[in-house]
Design a protein around this ligand. Sequence first.
Ligand code: GRF
Length: 191
Amino acid sequence: MKNLILFASGSGSNVENIYNYFSDNKDINILFVLTNNRNAKVIDRCNRLGINCLFFNKTAFKDDHSLLLLLKKINPDFIVLAGFLWKIPTTWIESFPNKIVNIHPALLPKYGGKGMYGMHVHEAVLANKEKETGITIHFVNENYDEGAIIFQQNVAVEAADTAESIAQKVHQLEYTHFPKIIEQLTCKAAQ
Ligand code: GRF
């Protein structure tokens, strides 16, 4: 049995999709979801789905290291960032090398880095008249959105697209690919 821990800061639609994808899988288990946002919609989703969702604050995250200690104790096979907005401390990356995975709603290295999240990404893509955008799934390193790329998928930006319609297209790509890539990584790690 492989164990995953998911992190989310906002809506959590990827969390819900990943949970649904693995619900019949006896080899991959979602232990719980962690959030840094008391008002995140992901908390309601988890309550509805029956997934444990735990809140943590900045102190536990990076000052007293209590969250890292907890993670080390649990020793999950993968930590999945599904819309998580804080920068992962270096100590975490050292403790879980190539075990922390993030999804970014653009084709990195374009439209990555600090401040490039959510609608900011899609608005920038639109403003620059890009012909395509997409998703990037990557390992997390000490810099925002710069870890080794695992998977990318593109989608066309049409003349009629708005930032909202681009967000929808990108979310669809995320729903299709993110759980599959997590599954592949987890299977590889099992070999
Ligand atoms: C996704 O677009 C993901 O790429 C980014 O944050 C967003 C999270 O969306 N990292 P949701 O909360 O899963 O709906």
